[in-house]
Design a protein around this ligand. Structure first.
Ligand code: ATP
Ligand code: MG
Length: 137
């Protein structure tokens, strides 16, 4: 059993497809261990995406992630980290495989619908960034 962090990004939340995206997880044997909707502050987004702070797209990424509410979700299941990444599809939706979340719901490499932890180690860090002990069942 693994846990991973998913974020339904502002573009997808604004498009009213939160439920449709959650259905992709549940239909593929990932369970919702924790979930909440919130508005990231600039500081939150900068801290969360700290690994990208020297990349040319960092400012746009922070701007986008704070442009509206997001839904943060802890997904649980067998190979949850890899399975979530597979369901998400490639970072650039134009390169994402048919039937993936990004192929179906994302517009661009900036507004790409979802985030998913890229390793078990980062998943643990990202989960504790958003959720306290009593929220994790
Ligand atoms: P995420 O971390 O959001 O799950 P990812 O792991 O597929 O996405 P990363 O390389 O971690 O991709 O990049 C983080 C985010 O930064 C991407 O989701 C995307 O919105 C943005 N990003 C990445 N590369 C570029 C780029 N070349 N141009 C613009 N934005 C980018
Ligand atoms: Mg990433």
């Amino acid at each position: 059993m693994e846990q991973t962090l998913s974020i339904i990004k502002p573009d997808a939340a604004a498009k009213n497809v939160i439920g449709k995206i959650i259905d992709r997880f549940e239909s593929n044997n990932l369970r919702i261990a924790a979930l909440k909707k919130l508005q990231l502050s600039k500081e939150d987004a900068q801290k969360f995406y700290d690994v990208h702070k020297n990349r040319p797209f960092f400012r746009d990424l922070v701007q986008f992630m704070t442009s509206g509410p997001v839904v943060v979700i802890v997904l649980e299941g067998e190979n949850a980290v890899a399975k979530n990444r597979e369901l998400m599809g490639a970072t650039n939706p134009k390169e994402a495989k048919k039937g993936t979340i990004r192929a179906d719901f994302a517009e661009s490499i900036d507004a790409n619908a979802v985030h998913g932890s890229d390793s078990l180690e980062n998943a643990a860090i990202e989960i504790s960034f958003f959720f306290g002990k009593r929220e994790l069942i």
